[in-house]
Structure formats: C-alpha cells, structure tokens
Design a protein around this ligand. Structure first.
Ligand SMILES: [Zn+2]
Length: 124
C-alpha cells in the first residue's frame, strides 16, 4: 500500500459529473461510481459508491447498522475535514459482503455538479 498522505486534487475529474463536498466544493466522487441511492446514512439518505477521492479515513469501528453489524471507518473531506460518510471495511452478514470496500456518502453533505439532464425530475 501507498504510505503517502492523501493529496487533495481539485481538478482530477475535469468536466465529468461529480458529487462534491457541500462545504468546500472539492470533488468527492464521480457520479459514474454510484451503486445505489437507496442507502441510509447517519443524517438521512446516503449513496453507496464504488470509490471516493479527496477523503481521509477515521478509525475503524464496529457499528450496528440497519442491516447488521459492519466494520466501518468514517471518511472526512480532505478540503474542510467535515465528515462526508463512511467506508465499509467488513460486513458480518454474508448477504452484506457486497458493501465491503465501498463508501457510503451522506447525501446531505454533497452537492451534485454537472447534473445529468435525465435527473431533472429529482428533488435535488
Ligand atoms: Zn469539504
């Protein structure tokens, strides 16, 4: 593994649609990496994402979630250090294993940039 501290990179996605931090507008994830919008975060709805950037991980902990106990680590925006969601290290239940290595990002902490035309009917 790479031991360098994560670097903030503001322009890595160029003009591709992204979810960005609501506080500092740093890009957090590509909209293409979205797996599901029907997840629940701590503060409301959440997005399950294949990958995220410009985030740093907090401490690993076992957390009881709606779908059972998961080993997760909170993830924080590199730009402003606000928490934006968590990372799934491990799921206890085998039916939840697909989440391992994925990110749950809080919808309330993100803004959608370069919105898809097809999404205009959605509420955000
Ligand atoms: Zn931020």
């Amino acid at each position: 593994m790479d031991s360098k501290p994560p670097q903030l990179s503001a322009n890595i996605f160029h003009d591709r649609p992204t979810f960005s931090c609501i506080h500092c507008c740093v890009p957090i994830a590509l909209q293409d990496e979205l797996i599901s919008k029907s997840f629940t975060g701590r503060e409301g709805r959440g997005f399950l994402m294949n990958s995220a950037v410009n985030v740093k991980m907090g401490k690993k902990e076992d957390r009881p979630l709606m779908t059972g106990v998961h080993t997760v680590a909170d993830v924080f925006c590199l730009g402003c250090t606000n928490r934006v969601g968590w990372y799934y290290h491990k799921a206890a239940d085998s039916s939840q294993k697909y989440k391992e290595g994925k990110y749950l990002l809080e919808r309330e902490r993100l803004v959608k940039e370069n919105a898809w035309k097809l999404d205009e009917s959605e509420e955000y």
